[in-house]
Design a protein around this ligand. Structure first.
Ligand SMILES: *[C@@H]1O[C@H](CO)[C@@H](O)[C@H](O)[C@H]1NC(C)=O
Ligand SMILES: *[C@@H]1O[C@H](CO)[C@@H](O)[C@H](O)[C@H]1NC(C)=O
Ligand SMILES: *[C@@H]1O[C@H](CO)[C@@H](O)[C@H](O)[C@H]1NC(C)=O
Ligand SMILES: *[C@@H]1O[C@H](CO)[C@@H](O)[C@H](O)[C@H]1NC(C)=O
Ligand SMILES: *[C@@H]1O[C@H](CO)[C@@H](O)[C@H](O)[C@H]1NC(C)=O
Ligand SMILES: *[C@@H]1O[C@H](CO)[C@@H](O)[C@H](O)[C@H]1NC(C)=O
Ligand SMILES: *[C@@H]1O[C@H](CO)[C@@H](O)[C@H](O)[C@H]1NC(C)=O
Ligand SMILES: *[C@@H]1O[C@H](CO)[C@@H](O)[C@H](O)[C@H]1NC(C)=O
Ligand SMILES: *[C@@H]1O[C@H](CO)[C@@H](O)[C@H](O)[C@H]1NC(C)=O
Ligand SMILES: *[C@@H]1O[C@H](CO)[C@@H](O)[C@H](O)[C@H]1NC(C)=O
Ligand SMILES: *[C@@H]1O[C@H](CO)[C@@H](O)[C@H](O)[C@H]1NC(C)=O
Ligand SMILES: *[C@@H]1O[C@H](CO)[C@@H](O)[C@H](O)[C@H]1NC(C)=O
Length: 822
């Protein structure tokens, strides 16, 4: 709402009719970005960051490279989550240019920082953030493209971002004014965390009498154990400082395998002058610059900073191209315009008095949070020459393959095609497609090689464009056939955690991942099964001779189904199996995973949960669970309170059911009732989870947003359909809005209407493109390619309205039991 008046109205012309024009103008007059609550996911249940979404709060563009925001200290390292930079309770250590959003593990980024200071006298030591970090006063303000905070020192910080640059407006009180530029600043891991990132090298040079500075910083590590990567920068100030100095100092951070002096306590800087260039040198010295303005009355100092993976010149060019004005709010208006055009204006729901504004805010906020990552670094690839687009910060496919990318597919087809081309180009030049990728480095792989699922999902829904699918399929075959070399990651020494499928040796030989030779044997068997199903889907078009092979392999999960394991009242579960073919089930409880970590038999979920994660062959799953009644009863049990006995730690969100909506493996589980034609139960379970765990509030998502994966789950829930990944299939649930127009697949419109919402949310009947619909699912081409209409009649009574075929199980394979070792 703040930026309404700045939005340009459309002019006449373009040969469109007056009526269309009127409609367009009316739509563009509402600034939909005002409905974004940029703090959803910023806190956990106790008001600290712990158990929250770890989201980035600050200035950003859709899939932009720069994410400009504060970095902060940890109040308590054992519960610290500095991943997005911003925390509710930390003190500000800097305002930096790059962030992740929604990630767990050790932080990555928080790079190329400035810090405004009102004093640099002792005890302030520019090498010691403890001596100058600032508590915040009052409440932070954040909206799309804008962030504001007030520091205890009296300085107000406002900031915004373009795609590769940022602008900071510092409003200083009377007195001294300084801006510290610390190239050696980064978001640290907790003490002793082997995943922490570090600064390892840099350079800085003052230009134009202190009005500008340039250089680079090089950083290593962070969550994905990344190789060193370099960020070039160019920064400038609205007016020249009265004094400009470089500084450097001994690096005392304990960087593994790099020169440092970690045992002496933090040192003091050596100052240079404004003509010398400072370089880190062989001891990886820390460095930066200090800009100072003479003591005087209150004033604004504005700074613009560009970043690039290629050069300082390019970093500078981004400022010139993207932030030509020194007025911060010009960039904010530009950001709002871009977000509205690229994202929010593509979804229209009623905003009149009848609208539930909580729902409206959840809708637009969810759209916002799914567009913060990955980062479009096209033209910014420092590693190889290529005509292909380049993307980074897939963090991770394991999180986003389940339903986030399916949303990109319909909603951002151009960006999405570009992402897929980049995944394939990474395979061409770096050997494997990534599961996670950040800082130009593949890693980590939590389960399967889930780029395979992403490619298959795009392929079966017809995405072609400039994607070279011959190469796309070859990249998938690499995942399925070539064991990656062991990276000896301290979190798991047994096999590569960087890329590909670390347990492929077992998978190819045994048809499952064994407990004695590999870690995460159950969850990786489940994921490799879907990965191979993904190959079979793409093989149908690209290599028909391979279809049967990968379809057979996609049944591998059946090889670890131990039909004798009992839990609660049910018999037959996925279970740990040894390489000699015997099950190790005597003391096995599928409600436990011990710490659900890298060396456990299941990762971030218990076997009970993973036993439902076979989207390609639900038919066999139902059979294994005792038919439709057994399946239904077991599914009901997933949602019963107090059934979970595993401590889920920060991801627990107070959840006591086996169903954990706070983590991705269970995303599709509430919708599985559609497979037994009891759609109303899918509606009841999924709606209940959404209402319970998703709020228009700081603690508004159950745990990490995971690059927007959580938010995308809610989006599908609100729209009233759920995609089945690797199939051109959507399950029907129940929409939250009486009317919605969504621009999809370029210029087409998907309209979803619902009558009777005031009475209740159970489906009474459905029409698709005007035709009465008896199935509880539909195919991509029905409405997602050229657009179409889905009309729901809703009501208060749970009704068995569907009579058609259940959703398909295209990966249905009956394993030849004699081929299963026992
Ligand atoms: C503060 O600076 C020290 C010294 O460089 C560093 O080790 C530490 O990680 C920093 N802490 C934060 C919260 O940035
Ligand atoms: C923030 O700084 C204040 C003092 O200025 C200190 O009392 C507090 O403990 C610090 N908090 C954190 C989280 O570092
Ligand atoms: C830090 O958090 C841990 C875990 O919640 C708690 O046990 C510990 O007491 C906290 N430390 C302080 C100093 O508050
Ligand atoms: C700045 O420092 C450099 C390197 O120490 C020195 O060569 C140069 O003369 C100094 N310039 C001024 C203006 O002091
Ligand atoms: C930007 O606009 C906001 C909202 O109107 C206002 O509060 C703020 O002072 C402006 N900032 C600057 C630097 O002009
Ligand atoms: C959706 O589009 C139709 C047709 O243009 C229009 O009548 C309807 O008002 C739109 N609904 C919303 C919520 O914008
Ligand atoms: C809006 O929706 C929320 C969440 O579903 C609900 O709690 C609230 O009562 C609704 N508000 C109105 C005015 O209907
Ligand atoms: C796809 O790439 C391969 C080699 O990487 C090349 O031989 C082939 O011509 C490309 N196909 C298309 C359609 O560009
Ligand atoms: C069998 O399972 C038990 C726990 O139930 C575990 O301690 C043991 O290591 C497993 N055996 C093998 C060979 O993995
Ligand atoms: C697939 O499995 C079936 C049944 O076990 C077997 O007959 C067939 O040869 C297998 N096909 C391939 C290509 O592996
Ligand atoms: C198991 O079955 C017994 C007897 O039918 C019943 O009392 C109990 O509630 C069931 N437990 C669960 C978890 O469904
Ligand atoms: C959408 O339509 C406009 C106007 O007809 C056209 O310029 C634009 O290229 C189309 N966009 C897509 C993605 O098809």
């Amino acid at each position: 709402m703040l930026w309404n008046s700045r939005l340009p109205l459309l002019g006449p012309g373009l040969g469109i009719s007056l009526i269309q024009l009127a409609a367009t103008v009316q739509a563009s007059q509402v600034d939909l970005s005002q409905y974004v609550n940029a703090f959803i996911g910023s806190e956990g249940p106790d008001g600290t960051g712990f158990g929250g979404g770890d989201i980035f709060v600050g200035g950003a563009r859709p899939f932009g490279v720069a994410k400009v925001g504060i970095d902060s200290t940890a109040a308590n390292w054992s519960t610290a989550v500095l991943n997005g930079g911003w925390t509710p309770d930390g003190n500000v250590t800097g305002i930096s240019m790059m962030h992740e959003s929604g990630t767990g593990g050790a932080p990555k980024y928080g790079l190329i920082a400035q810090m405004p200071l009102t004093s640099v006298q002792s005890p302030v030591n520019v090498l010691d953030n403890q001596t100058y970090s600032q508590p915040r006063v009052g409440d932070d303000v954040a909206s799309v493209g804008y962030y504001k905070t007030k520091l205890k020192s009296g300085i107000t910080v406002e900031l915004s971002a373009s795609r590769h640059a940022g602008i900071m407006d510092y409003s200083f009180p009377d007195g001294e004014k300084h801006v510290l530029i610390d190239v050696s600043h980064y978001l640290p891991g907790s003490p002793g965390d082997s995943g922490s990132q570090f600064y390892v090298a840099g350079e800085i040079q003052i230009e134009d009498d202190g009005k500008a500075y340039s250089g680079y910083g090089t950083y290593i590590g962070g969550w994905n154990n990344g190789a060193p990567f370099t960020v070039f920068f160019y920064g400038e100030f609205s007016h020249a400082p009265d004094q400009a100095q470089t500084f450097s100092g001994v690096n005392t951070d304990p960087i593994p395998k790099y020169q440092n002096l970690a045992d002496g306590g933090i040192s003091h800087p050596t100052y240079g002058n404004k003509t010398n260039k400072v370089t880190s040198g062989p001891m990886n010295r820390r460095l930066g610059a200090l800009m100072s303005w003479n003591s005087g009355s209150a004033a604004h100092v504005v700074s613009r900073v560009g970043i690039s993976s290629i050069s300082t010149e390019r970093a500078r060019s981004y400022i010139q191209k993207e932030i030509p004005s020194w007025k911060l709010n010009d960039t904010v208006a530009d950001a709002v315009k871009e977000w509205n055009k690229d994202v929010f204006n593509k979804v229209q729901v009623p905003l009149d008095d009848s609208a539930n504004m909580t729902h409206v805010r959840l809708l637009y906020s969810s759209l916002y949070f799914i567009h913060l990552m990955p980062s479009d670094r096209s033209g910014e690839n420092p590693l190889w020459e290529s005509e292909e687009p380049y993307w980074d910060d897939f963090y991770t496919m394991w999180d986003i393959f389940r339903c986030t990318v399916s949303f990109y597919h319909i909603f951002q087809p151009e960006y999405y095609e570009s992402m897929i081309r980049s995944l394939i180009d990474i395979w061409r030049h770096a050997g494997y497609m990534p599961d996670g990728r950040s800082g130009n480095w593949n890693g980590l792989v939590q389960g399967g090689s889930d780029s395979d699922n992403v490619l298959a999902d795009a392929y079966v829904k017809g995405l072609r464009g400039a994607i070279n699918w011959t190469d796309g399929y070859a990249a998938m075959v690499k995942d399925a056939e070539v064991t990656p070399y062991n990276t000896f990651d301290p979190t798991d020494f047994t096999a590569s955690t960087k890329e590909g499928r670390g347990a492929l040796d077992d998978w190819k030989e045994l048809g499952y991942v064994s407990e004695d030779r590999n870690t995460r044997c159950i969850s990786r068997t489940v994921e490799y099964s879907l990965n191979d199903f993904a190959l079979s889907q793409v093989a149908k078009g690209e290599a028909p001779g391979d279809v049967q092979k990968y379809l057979n392999r996609s049944a591998g999960w059946q090889n670890i189904w131990d039909s004798s394991v009992k839990s609660l009242n049910y018999t037959g579960f996925l279970a740990p199996r040894l390489s000699d073919g015997t099950f190790n089930s005597s003391d096995y409880d599928p409600r436990l995973c011990f710490d659900c970590e890298w060396s456990s038999y299941t990762y971030e979920g218990v076997p009970w949960e993973y036993s439902f994660v076979v989207p390609h062959d639900v038919e066999t799953l139902i059979k294994f669970m005792g038919g439709t009644e057994g399946f239904e009863s077991r599914l009901d049990t997933m949602f019963k309170p107090n059934m979970s006995i595993q401590n889920l730690g920060a991801n627990g969100a107070g959840i006591t059911t086996l169903m954990n909506i706070g983590n991705e493996p269970d995303f599709a589980t509430p919708y599985l009732y559609n497979y037994i034609n009891k759609q109303h139960k899918s509606v009841a379970q999924s709606r209940s989870l959404a209402n319970q765990y998703f709020k228009d509030a700081a603690y508004g998502i159950p745990g990490n947003s995971d690059a927007g994966a959580m938010n995308s789950w809610l989006l599908w829930q609100m729209i009233g359909v759920y995609p089945i990944v690797t199939q051109p299939v959507y399950l029907i649930s129940s929409p939250w809005f009486p009317d919605m127009n969504m621009t999809i697949n370029g210029n087409n419109t998907l309209r979803i209407k619902a009558s009777g919402l005031d009475d209740g949310y159970f489906v009474q009947s459905v029409k698709i493109n005007g035709k009465q619909w008896t199935k509880n699912w539909f195919e991509h081409d029905d409405v997602m390619t050229n657009g179409g209409t889905i009309e729901f009649e809703l009501g208060k009574d749970a009704k068995g309205w569907e009579s058609g075929d259940v959703p398909p199980s295209p990966g249905h394979v009956e394993l030849n039991q004699s081929s299963m070792k026992t």
